[in-house]
Structures are given as structure tokens and as C-alpha cells.
Design a protein around this ligand. Structure first.
Ligand SMILES: [Fe+2]
Length: 329
């Protein structure tokens, strides 16, 4: 594997600096803190162990990897994902998901809310209580959020619909030392549907949220289980409040931390085209669902496989604690 780093004097061997077996895989960083494009790998056929090791090492380093011109079908998507762990299988995957592949979930734009009798636009409006609402890690209110997500383009619009990711390790490192020390010891409540504004008359989605509530206390700074890096474990979608602080203190500090996490220098933006695949570390990055295609009338259909994750652990070594239990998928 070759990692190109022109700013540091050209190509160099893989992470540990040892001569790596030449798999032909090349990794090209595409932004200063996060994201790399991988070439020389054919994801439609099984990868050998060396290739998997190299891709995993690059993923841990760059947090999100992009592959183009892969044109995976559902079976190949699942097979590629299985190289990195056990796929999550959810009993409720929505009507767009392919019934014969339990590991795959399908997200189609313009459909959210319709199963609850809400117009898509109204549903979005009721969920949009914060400017940074769209930033999330997948299933972040669970006690065991997925470790990785593998997303592949199905139908993509001719323009619009880009996804953006932010590196929460870089965001943590970029905080001042006194603030890092402050957040290191804190814990926060994460909750499904936090901030949703219910319709006071009749709201099937609000009832659904109550009946399927999933909430967890996570460390505000988690220690990455593979790299040992400290991760500023915040997002705009699930994080409700920081424990031990007043409501006013919590809301302002969450706002400050979210602003830090989503500063442009910690992000990378990817333009999808047919055949593109992205894999990201859901423990170390948050991503932003695009909100710029619905008004254009374009269809955008994406397929994802999530890889099972573990329970986050804080700087003090203690794990997340469930608020709701059990937490069925
Ligand atoms: Fe997501």
C-alpha cells in the first residue's frame, strides 16, 4: 500500500513504516484532517488479508475512505463489509430495503415521515430544532453505536446530495488544553428524537419515539478502542444534555463543542457518483446528511451496511450506561 503525502516529501510506506506487501492499493488524502481516496482495490471480489489490514489501517488513520467506480451489488456490498466485522441486522429496516439482504438498509430521500402520516417537509421542520441537527453518528443513542458504516451510492442526483464528515479526534485535539481537561471528565445523555417538536393534536411519530425510545449516558470524550485516541463524542442529533451542568451551561457548552466538531478544517465533503462507496469510522467521525436535493426534485437512493460496535469507554475507563433497557434494534 502506498500513502501519498506530497506535503511531507512524496510517497511513503504504510503506517508502521515497514515495507508492506504490494497490494497495489493507494491511499490519497483529500483533506488536511480527514478523508482519503483509495484506488487499486476491487471491492467486487473478496479481498485478501493484507488488503483488508491495509484498508483498516487507512480507515483508522483517515476516519473515512472513498472508493469510486466499484458498482457493487447487494451481495458484494455485504461481502466487502464483512471483512471489517459483523453486520448489524435490524428487524425494522423500512420499505425501501431489499428483503433478501437483511444486512442492507436503504435510504431514499423524500420518504422520511411519510410512514407516520407526516409530509416529508413538515417532518424535517419538526426535527430541525438546531442548526447542527443534521450532524450525527449512526445510532448514537444506543449503548453500542455501530463501529463502522459502509455506504454505497444507488441512485445519485446529477448535483447536490454530497455527504460531509468531521473528524472528532482532530476536533478534540484542537481544543485548548484547559477545555480538554474540563470535557474529559464529563458524561452526556444521548436520546433518540431529542428536540423533536410534537404536533399537540395528533402525532404518530411522537408516539413512535416514545414507544421505541433509546437513550444512553455516554462519556463526552471516549477513548477509541483500536487507536486509543480521544474522541470528542458529540453530535447534533442525539446529544441532549451534559450531566451535572445546569440547562443553560449544558446548552452553551454543547453548542461550543458542536461548533468545534464541525469547523470546516475538520471536515471533508464527498460528491457521490454511481459506483462510489464510502466507509467510515462511526466511533471517530460524525457525518452530515445532505439537505440540498429535495427542492430540486432529484431522487437519491443510498444503501448502507453497519458493522457492530462496542460500548464506549471514557477517559476514566468507565463505560457508557443505558438509560433505557433493553435497546432492541
Ligand atoms: Fe447517517
Amino acid at each position: 500500500m502506498t500513502i501519498h503525502q506530497s506535503a511531507q516529501g512524496g510517497s511513503q510506506p504504510s503506517s508502521a513504516g515497514e515495507p508492506a506487501q504490494d497490494t497495489g492499493i493507494e491511499v490519497e488524502p483529500v483533506a488536511g484532517h480527514i478523508g482519503a481516496e483509495v484506488t487499486g482495490a476491487d471491492l467486487t471480489v473478496p479481498l485478501d488479508d493484507t488488503a483488508v489490514t491495509q484498508i483498516r489501517a487507512a480507515l483508522l488513520r483517515f476516519k473515512v475512505l472513498f472508493f469510486r467506480d466499484q458498482h457493487l451489488d447487494h451481495a458484494a456490498h455485504v461481502a466487502f463489509s464483512r471483512h471489517f466485522g459483523e453486520p448489524v441486522v435490524r428487524p425494522r429496516r423500512g420499505s425501501s430495503a431489499p428483503p433478501e439482504f437483511a444486512e442492507i438498509e436503504t435510504a431514499a430521500n423524500r420518504l422520511g415521515g411519510t410512514r407516520f402520516g407526516l409530509d416529508h417537509g413538515e417532518w424535517l421542520e419538526r426535527r430541525r430544532y438546531s442548526l447542527l441537527r443534521g450532524w450525527h453518528c449512526d445510532h448514537g443513542s444506543r449503548i453500542d453505536p455501530p463501529a463502522l458504516t459502509v455506504l454505497r451510492a444507488g441512485t445519485v442526483p446529477p448535483y447536490g446530495g454530497d455527504t460531509t464528515w468531521a473528524n472528532l479526534v482532530a476536533a478534540y485535539s484542537g481544543l485548548s488544553e484547559p477545555l480538554r481537561g474540563f470535557v474529559d471528565g464529563l458524561r452526556a445523555e444521548h436520546r433518540l428524537g431529542v428536540g423533536y417538536l410534537p404536533n399537540p393534536i395528533d402525532d404518530e411519530y411522537a408516539r413512535h419515539l416514545l414507544e421505541h425510545q433509546i437513550a444512553t449516558v455516554h462519556p463526552l470524550v471516549r477513548v477509541h478502542p483500536e487507536t486509543g485516541e480521544r474522541v470528542l463524542f458529540v453530535n447534533g442529533y442525539y446529544l441532549q444534555r451534559i450531566q451535572g451542568l445546569s440547562r443553560a451551561e449544558s446548552s452553551r457548552i454543547v453548542e461550543l463543542l458542536l461548533e468545534q466538531a464541525t469547523r470546516p478544517e475538520y471536515t471533508v465533503r464527498f460528491r457521490w457518483d454511481p459506483g462510489a462507496v464510502a466507509i467510515w469510522d462511526n466511533r471517530a467521525a460524525i457525518h452530515l446528511a445532505p439537505d440540498d436535493v429535495n427542492h430540486l426534485g432529484f431522487r437519491r437512493i443510498m444503501h448502507r451496511v453497519m458493522i457492530t460496535g462496542d460500548v464506549p469507554v471514557g477517559v476514566d475507563g468507565s463505560p457508557s450506561q443505558p438509560i433505557t433497557w433493553p435497546q432492541p434494534w
